[in-house]
Design a protein around this ligand. Structure first.
Ligand code: AN7
Length: 358
């Protein structure tokens, strides 16, 4: 079946009418990959079914496209000529691309020096006005909120409810494919919009009888940027996972609600654990995600080690959301892994290395 984007696929669940001009890059329909190799590497038996929701395969390489197609479609319906966001990178890349598709202006505020190069290049290539703020994401978001109340510009951060509406379709796809919601969902938490969106999606499906189960929502912040875990905003958040380098999440309350209603957790993982998970999923499954996304795998590992995942006789289904593509941040990959060896262009030189490799 032809995939025409999440608005057409899930129109009945979304705040659109026949009058809404659909701005789409055919986002969604991303792979839900069974991860047997990863399960083995994590040391769990076959009663644990682990799946990776590969959101890096969206048009701009992250899950943000699901929310952006709805937010930008509604902005165009409301005759807006410009959109604006603060971003740790992926939101700006997505906003810029959908604004380009819609033929409207896009202005993005990024924390200076703290966004991955791939994301910056996307925002620039799609013609957004990119402004680097001498501050962090939270400072940039405060500015965007102020500016969009004073000027006729549509805010497209996830405090725009259309973003959450679009992002909840990730839950629909998972439930459609598994035939029910999973038992656990592991995911990174930054501004906390996505965990709120997924929970909304699962609950709506459950209300309509389209899934019987509801997953425990397991959200993970980076330790140096874990305000929800610590119970207070972090003034100077720090983590190598720049996507989730956020000290005062906009959807804090709804994320806590998702955690509590689902009997899940919001916990933290260290940068070290994130980097190990980042390498592990790339090496065992052939799936390259960005560091922030690997927080979900790091979280899964942490809870397997703790032994707190409920063990059943039947299969336990676990979905990890890999929110963004590894190619967004190649610099981090290169810094994390051993450099390639250099040789003279001779067969003996090559064979010397081969003898120690195979
Ligand atoms: C790859 O782009 O906040 O908890 O400005 O890029 O919904 O914020 C990105 C967040 C996880 C966290 N994984 O999601 C932004 C931004 C990746 C991300 C998150 C982000 P939320």
């Amino acid at each position: 079946m032809e995939h025409v984007g999440i608005i057409e696929r899930y129109r009945q669940f979304l705040p659109v009418t026949e009058k809404t001009p659909v701005v789409t890059l055919r986002e969604g329909n991303t792979p839900l990959l069974p991860a047997k190799n990863l399960a083995k590497a994590l040391g769990v038996d076959s009663s644990y079914e682990i799946y990776l929701k590969c959101e890096g395969l969206n048009p701009t390489g992250s899950f943000k496209d699901r929310g952006m197609t709805v937010a930008v479609s509604k902005a165009v319906e409301e005759k807006s000529k410009a959109i604006m966001c603060a971003s740790t990178g992926n939101t700006s890349a997505s906003a810029a691309a959908y604004a380009a598709q819609a033929g409207i202006q896009c202005i993005v505020l990024i924390p200076e020096g703290n966004i991955a190069l791939g994301k910056l290049s996307q925002a620039l290539m799609h013609g957004a006005k990119v402004i680097a703020v001498e501050g962090n994401f939270d400072d940039a978001l405060t500015l965007v909120k102020e500016a969009t109340t004073r000027h006729p510009i549509t805010l497209v951060n996830s405090i725009n409810p259309y973003r959450i509406e679009g992002q909840k379709t990730g839950a629909f796809e998972i439930a459609d494919e598994l035939g029910d919601a999973p038992d656990f969902q592991f995911m990174p938490v930054g501004n906390a919009g996505n965990i709120s969106a997924y929970w909304k999606g699962y609950k709506e499906y459950n209300d309509r009888g389209l899934c019987i189960n509801l997953p425990k929502m397991m959200g993970f912040q980076a330790e140096g940027a874990s305000p929800i875990v610590k119970g207070k905003p972090i003034k100077n958040p720090e983590t190598i996972a720049t996507a989730i380098r956020i000290g005062n999440p906009a959807s804090w309350k709804s994320a806590e609600k998702a955690r509590d209603e689902s009997a899940g957790v919001i916990d933290s993982v260290t940068d070290q654990e994130i980097l190990e998970a980042y390498k592990m999923v790339a090496k065992t499954e052939g799936v390259f995600c960005e560091p922030a996304s690997a927080a979900s795998i790091a979280g899964l590992k942490k809870y397997i080690v703790k032994g707190t995942l409920e063990k059943r006789v039947i299969k336990l289904r676990i979905v990890c959301i890999l929110t963004g593509h590894g190619l967004k941040d190649p610099e981090r990959a290169i810094q994390t892994i051993e450099k390639p060896e250099t040789i003279q262009p001779t067969l003996p030189a090559l064979e010397k290395i081969l003898s120690s490799t195979i």
